[in-house]
Design a binder for this molecule. Structure first.
Ligand SMILES: NC(=O)c1ccc[n+]([C@@H]2O[C@H](COP(=O)([O-])OP(=O)(O)OC[C@H]3O[C@@H](n4cnc5c(N)ncnc54)[C@H](O)[C@@H]3O)[C@@H](O)[C@H]2O)c1
Length: 250
């Protein structure tokens, strides 16, 4: 499939499960890539895919401005920005969360999406491009122990809807994908934190809540992001595409 032939895309969080799968999927569909992560391992995937890369903190404005400029210079423009980097934070009831933990999760998960919009949209407006942010089912419903994460993912949808309204007239589409539980490092961390030494019980509990009876894969989320990034989604903006095996339908 070459839906994204010669499209120029930035993917953040590209060293992680969903981000790496998304980078691979966009490359398979013909995109040229610039990969971003705070984890230096992003360089290995960039080499594999012939992509540019930056090791950077997406919650930092100067860093974001710099990697967007570097990507635009390397790729010759920008058609797609995938604001995917994120963190789960600590699993605690709301009354036990520290201000530092709360602020860090909001900075990484929310400020980063706003910064992506702020610095990428001027370039996307030149190409009638689009931005896809990774929210979560935690952007749609609550989840005990994940207060800052849930609040942050709801806020991502607020930014996406606002940006869609502000930039629709310029032909820029802004959408979100809302994954359910995915078989990767982030869910392993949440499971272990929620039930130290017995994470399988948490895995079984989440699985029981999914009508399709399983966690999703990184590749299933990458496919949804590729759809939103492509012209197949040409009439989608301000939307939150839930990809969760039916989790929030129940
Ligand atoms: N795993 C799930 O079940 C799930 C479900 C819903 C939504 N999500 C969301 O999907 C996105 C990708 O997560 P994942 O599941 O691939 O987990 P992951 O931990 O494998 O990937 C997250 C990546 O983001 C990077 N990152 C974190 N903070 C950063 C920062 N400040 N600057 C730059 N990079 C940073 C990490 O280094 C990592 O490579 C996240 O936004 C996450 O909240 C995940």
């Amino acid at each position: 499939m070459t839906r994204l032939h010669d499209k120029r895309a930035i993917v953040t969080g590209a060293a992680g499960g969903i981000g790496a799968a998304t980078a691979r999927r966009l490359a398979q569909e013909g995109a040229r890539l610039f990969l971003v992560d705070r984890d230096p391992a992003v360089a290995t995937l960039a080499t594999e895919l012939g992509a540019g890369h930056a090791v950077a903190d997406v919650s930092d404005e100067a860093a974001t401005e710099a990697f967007v400029a570097k990507a635009v210079s390397a790729l010759g423009g920008l058609d797609v920005y995938v604001a995917n980097a994120g963190m789960e934070g600590h699993v605690h009831p709301l009354v036990e969360i520290t201000q530092a933990d709360f602020d860090r999760v909001v900075a990484v998960n929310v400020r980063s999406v706003w910064l992506g919009i702020k610095h990428a949209v001027p370039h996307l407006a030149q190409t009638r491009g689009n931005l896809v942010a990774t929210s979560s089912v935690a952007g749609v419903i609550g989840s005990a122990g994940l207060g800052p994460y849930v609040a942050s993912k709801h806020a991502v949808l607020g930014l996406v809807k606002t940006a869609a309204v502000e930039y629709g007239a310029k032909g820029v589409r802004i959408n979100a994908v809302c994954p359910g539980p995915i078989e990767n490092r982030m869910m392993r961390s949440i499971e272990e934190q929620a039930s130290p030494g017995a994470p399988q019980a948490v895995h079984d509990g989440f699985t029981h809540l999914v009508p399709l009876g399983r966690y999703g894969t990184n590749e299933e989320i990458a496919a949804a992001i590729a759809f939103l990034a492509s012209d197949d989604a040409s009439y989608c903006t301000g939307t939150a595409l839930v990809v969760d095996g039916g989790f929030v339908a129940g």
